[in-house]
Design a protein around this ligand. Sequence first.
Ligand code: ADP
Ligand code: MG
Ligand code: ZN
Length: 209
Amino acid sequence: MPRQRKANGVAAMKPRGLPLGSVEVITGSMFSGKTEELIRRVKRARFAKQTVQAFKPRIDDRYDAEKIVSHAAAEEGSSKVLSAVAVANSESLAARVLEETQVVAVDEAQFFDRGIVDVVQRLADQGVRVIVAGLDQDYLGRPFHPMPELMAIAEDVTKVHAVCTVCGGEASRSQRLIEDRGTVLVGGSESYEARCRTCFEARDVTRSR
Ligand code: ADP
Ligand code: MG
Ligand code: ZN
């Protein structure tokens, strides 16, 4: 028989039947199909009649302020687009998650503040399946926080790869093509391309000035 919550409110054990929360991370370079994979998982959850909410940071307005859009969308149409709520920070995301939500999807998680780690952890503890997608490295190949922390607390981490635009190999890095200061430069193929370890050049253009 499943154990009941103690009278003083302290749970002796999670009662059976409580939804099992978890954290999944999808990560890799730009154009590696992180967003495609996130959308695929969300669609499967919806087929399973689960309640899903999708979020993205407000900073990422490349295609649409209220949609998660894969780079493949232009080629393949609307199946690569997902409606999402754009939020300013992790606190705002947490405040928008509804009681009945079973799956929370977050794209471009590297643009969130560190508070996202606690928010994700808390949601999973409450039984929510949290699927997080984001860049593992910045334009210099450095770990892109808070992705390392999210990977650490995740039950499952998937690294996806793009095709290196130079040699055709497996790309794991995002080469910035234009000079710009700062880690955050939101852009697409006009500003970045996917490169493998060998073809990637970690250039800090801010230092050469
Ligand atoms: P991410 O979210 O990781 O940036 P997307 O899901 O938005 O990736 O886009 C993946 C799609 O990008 C691929 O299916 C393909 O259509 C397109 N693409 C463009 N350049 C490349 C590349 N160099 N390697 C792989 N896919 C690429
Ligand atoms: Mg993406
Ligand atoms: Zn290469």
